[in-house]
Design a protein around this ligand. Structure first.
Ligand SMILES: Nc1ncnc2c1ncn2[C@@H]1O[C@H](COP(=O)(O)OP(=O)(O)OP(=O)(O)O)[C@@H](O)[C@H]1O
Ligand SMILES: [Mg+2]
Length: 491
């Protein structure tokens, strides 16, 4: 099956002959290949002039233009030309453009090169048959998602370096403005050692407890919470997830079985944290790690018995604040809480413990009709709190990418409702690049018990599923980055 799918996708490889021209290879092989790797036409330039070089394809998405030199350049030859006789040119071009990767191809053979400083090395040379059998390797290295990841990593390391330098400047010149900027930025890069450390008070202010809230069922709350948490973790944030829904979808979606891993293992869950005064947050945390070791999530799992505890919870002293009290003095950058859909006691408890709310929303009429009620409910709880409880924004959670006009009309409805309901405080709709499309690969994650990042390591996925996972990852990355910037601005 997988091979057939691959062959279908790479069928364009058969569209050239030995007497085809260089232009044929460009149009019939390279451009379809770039599309397959996830690049849009605006992500590359043909016949790009860099210094003295005229490069056949300079692949450099606009997001990265100001951050780093091009990720990939491609040099094309006619099928009757041998690659060995033509590699000097791409070596030269890679050096001039300071490109990380080079691809030299005559349509039949594909030579991959890596450039570091002035050194160029050959990584692999594929025939068309190799390309078919090892496309996952080729794809993993050259696809747009990897290119963006590489750019982001460069940006982050540059920013860390700038931050260290800022710390030196702040100290040497005793500059108040530089120190203030340093404190604001430091939270983004927790690993960076600088002398001027923020006060504990400032640290607490910047950590966020967020309830992902919408009392309409099935709008994608749990899925969004899991994948957003994993993306925040991937971006270096320390993240805790709290499952406060008796359905325990978040727990099982992360591979924690409430019966086997919690009850039968004699461990504690959210119900113990809420009901037992002596049970502390640390007593109920499960640590989950993934193949990608930069992703580590702490999880407070749930259990079906939570569904029978409404009355018991109501009887507790200061019941609405029980979770808020247990979450004091934590060390997390983000705590994301996943409540049940109905508006009951546990929703109140979650919101009272929170410092912000995110509302996932589908672009379809029924959930949108309920939005006014959701916003009002959230704002009402906020009125009972001493601390502000802002609605950080509305996130589109699973939209159909093909229904452009329909989506536009749904967005207009959302904006109308927000204009009516939010009174003095403006509730923002998150930008379109953060919207999560409806994708099968995302809906498969819960039964596999992993966040979407793990799809990259799942050998059972076919090429289309891998591409879809990359697309989803890009969106979750935009979403997490946007959320971090909101929190930074608010602090
Ligand atoms: N981006 C997506 N693409 C495809 N399917 C999705 C996506 N997000 C969520 N789903 C699927 O939609 C269904 C509902 O999602 P989810 O359980 O996250 O919603 P929920 O709001 O938490 O539901 P509940 O109200 O029951 O807690 C699930 O089957 C999930 O796999
Ligand atoms: Mg849910």
């Amino acid at each position: 099956m997988i091979n057939q799918a691959k062959q279908a996708k790479l069928q364009f490889l058969q569209s050239i002959r030995i007497d085809s021209t260089e232009a044929d290879v460009e149009h019939k092989i390279i451009i379809p290949l770039l599309n397959l790797l996830g690049y849009q036409n605006t992500d590359w330039r043909a016949q790009a002039v860099v210094g003295q070089a005229k490069i056949d394809f300079l692949v450099h998405p606009s997001e990265l233009e100001k951050i780093c030199s091009p990720y990939l350049i491609i040099e094309v030859k006619a099928p009757n030309k041998q690659l060995n006789h033509n590699c000097w040119q791409i070596y030269n071009y890679m050096r001039q453009a300071r490109a990380t990767l080079g691809l030299l191809s005559n349509g039949y053979r594909f030579r991959l090169l890596y450039g570091i400083h002035d050194q160029i090395v050959t990584i692999a040379e594929y025939t068309q048959a190799d390309l078919l059998s090892k496309f996952h390797l080729f794809y993993g290295l050259l696809c747009k998602a990897t290119c963006l990841k590489f750019g982001n990593a460069i940006l982050q390391s540059q920013q860390r370096l700038n931050l260290k330098f800022l710390a030196l400047i702040a100290e040497a010149f005793d500059s108040e403005e530089a120190t203030n900027l340093l404190e604001k930025r430091q939270n983004l890069y927790p690993g960076v050692q600088t002398k001027a450390t923020p006060t504990t008070e400032a640290k607490e202010k910047r950590s966020m407890i967020i309830t992902v809230f919408n009392n309409k069922g099935g709008v994608g709350k749990t899925t969004l919470t899991i994948n957003l948490a994993a993306t925040l973790a991937k971006l270096g944030k320390k993240v805790l997830l709290i499952d406060i829904d008796a359905q325990a979808n978040l727990s099982t979606g992360l591979g924690i079985d409430p019966l086997k891993d919690v009850e039968l293992a004699g461990r504690k869950d959210i119900t113990h944290l809420l009901i037992e005064p002596k049970t502390k947050l640390d007593d109920v945390i499960y640590r989950k790690c993934w193949t990608d070791q930069s992703i580590q999530l702490d999880v407070v799992p749930s259990h079906i018995r939570l569904s029978k505890m409404e009355t018991e919870l109501t009887r507790l002293v200061d019941s609405d604040r029980i979770l808020a009290k247990k979450l004091k003095n934590h060390s997390y950058d983000f705590i994301l809480i996943d409540p049940p859909p109905s508006f009951g006691k546990v929703n109140g408890i979650s919101l009272m413990a929170s410092s912000g709310i995110l509302i996932p929303m589908q672009l379809s009429p029924y959930p949108i009709r309920a939005l006014e009620y959701v916003v009002t409910q959230a704002q009402e709880v906020g009125d009972y709190k001493d601390e502000p409880l802002p609605i950080l924004g509305i996130i589109v959670s699973m939209y159909d990418q093909r229904s452009t006009n329909f989506n536009l009309s749904m967005v207009e409805s959302i904006k109308d409702i927000l204009a009516k309901t939010s009174g003095g405080e403006k509730v923002p709709l998150f930008p379109e690049n953060t919207w999560i499309p409806r994708l099968n690969v995302v809906s498969q994650c819960p039964e596999k018990g992993y966040p979407i990042q793990e799809a990259e390591f799942d050998n059972s996925l076919n090429i289309q599923e891998r591409e879809a996972a990359q697309k989803a990852l890009e969106k979750y990355n935009n979403l997490a980055t946007h959320l971090i910037s909101i929190v930074q601005r608010g602090s």
